[in-house]
Write a protein that binds this ligand. Structure first.
Ligand code: CA
Length: 275
C-alpha cells in the first residue's frame, strides 16, 4: 500500500512496501489551519475555481482502490468533485466535504484500472470551497490480502425475504438500491479469503419515508451484532457508513438489514480488512 500526501506535508508516507512519492501541483490552495484531523500534518483548501492534482506514480499497472482524505470546515462545499484519471478515461466522484462525519478519514473513491503512467487524482473547488489533503492507493488484485470486498444489492451473493422494490433514492452504490415498506430482510454474503478483523460499512439511499431506526445485523465469528441506523438522515445516505469492526469468519460472515421498524433501504455493504 502506498500513500501519497499533499506537498504541505512534504513527506509522503509508504506503508507495507516501503515505497513513496510526493504529490505535484498546487494552484491557489492555501493551508487550512483549522481543519481538524488532517492526514499527517496539514491540509489545503481553495475557495473557488482551482484544482489540486496528485500525480500517481503507479508501481505497476492494475486495479487499485483509490481513497481520499480531506478535512472538515463549515465553509466546505457539499458537492466537491474528485476526478480519477485511469486507464480508460476519467471518472468523477462527488463528495460532501461539509459532512463532518466523512472528514478526517479515508473515503473510497472507487476501484480503478490504473496505467503505469499518467494516472492522477484531482480535486476541484469549482462548486465552492474544497479541501485537498491526501490520496491513498491500495492494489486490488482479486483475493489479494488487504483487498476490500463490496457486495451490492444486485450481486448474486444476496438473499431476501419480503418485497424489495427498486428505489428512486439518489446516489446508489452501483446502479440502484432497493427498499421495503413491509416486513422483510435482505442479506449480503461476502467472499472473504481470511479470518480476521474487518471494518464493516453499509451504503443506503435516502428517502423521506425511510425509518429512523433501521437495524443491520452483522454475523461475526462469535455471534451476531445489531447496529441501528437512521436512514431518514440524508447526510448519512449515499456513502459508506461504518457499522463497526468485527472479527469475521469467511465461512459464516454476512450482513442483513431489516424493515421491521419501517421502510428500509438495501444497497451495498463493504468489508475492509484490518490486517
Ligand atoms: Ca446498489
Amino acid at each position: 500500500m502506498l500513500i501519497i500526501s499533499n506537498p504541505k506535508n512534504a513527506i509522503s508516507i509508504a506503508l507495507n512496501h516501503g515505497w513513496y512519492s510526493s504529490a505535484l501541483s498546487i494552484d491557489k490552495y492555501t493551508t487550512s489551519e483549522t481543519g481538524p484531523n488532517p492526514w499527517a500534518t496539514g491540509s489545503l483548501y481553495s475557495d473557488s475555481g482551482s484544482k489540486f492534482r496528485w500525480n500517481l506514480p503507479i508501481p505497476s499497472a492494475g486495479p487499485y482502490q483509490v481513497y481520499a482524505w480531506w478535512t472538515y470546515h463549515t465553509n466546505r462545499s457539499t458537492t466537491v468533485p474528485y476526478r480519477v484519471r485511469h486507464a480508460s478515461g476519467t471518472s468523477t466522484v462527488v463528495v460532501n466535504q461539509r459532512n463532518s462525519a466523512l472528514a478526517g478519514q479515508w473515503i473510497s473513491l472507487g476501484k480503478y484500472e490504473l496505467a503505469a503512467s499518467g494516472s492522477y487524482v484531482e480535486v476541484s473547488s469549482e462548486n465552492g470551497q474544497a479541501s485537498a489533503d491526501a490520496i491513498k492507493l491500495v492494489p486490488a488484485e482479486s483475493g489479494a490480502e488487504g483487498s476490500e470486498v463490496v457486495v451490492d444489492n444486485r450481486s448474486a451473493a444476496t438473499a431476501r425475504s419480503g418485497s424489495w422494490y427498486v428505489s428512486t433514492g439518489k446516489n446508489p452504490w452501483s446502479s440502484d438500491s432497493v427498499y421495503n415498506n413491509g416486513l422483510g430482510k435482505f442479506r449480503w454474503t461476502p467472499t472473504l479469503t481470511k479470518s480476521g478483523s474487518y471494518e464493516v460499512y453499509a451504503w443506503w439511499t435516502y428517502h423521506s419515508n425511510r425509518s429512523t431506526n433501521v437495524p443491520y445485523s452483522v454475523r461475526h465469528a462469535a455471534g451476531t451484532a445489531t447496529v441501528s441506523v437512521n436512514q431518514r438522515d440524508s447526510s448519512k445516505a449515499g456513502r459508506w457508513v461504518l457499522l463497526g469492526s468485527f472479527k469475521l469468519d469467511p465461512s459464516t460472515a454476512y450482513v442483513e438489514v431489516f424493515s421491521e421498524n419501517g421502510q428500509a433501504s438495501a444497497d451495498a455493504v463493504r468489508f475492509v480488512p484490518m490486517f
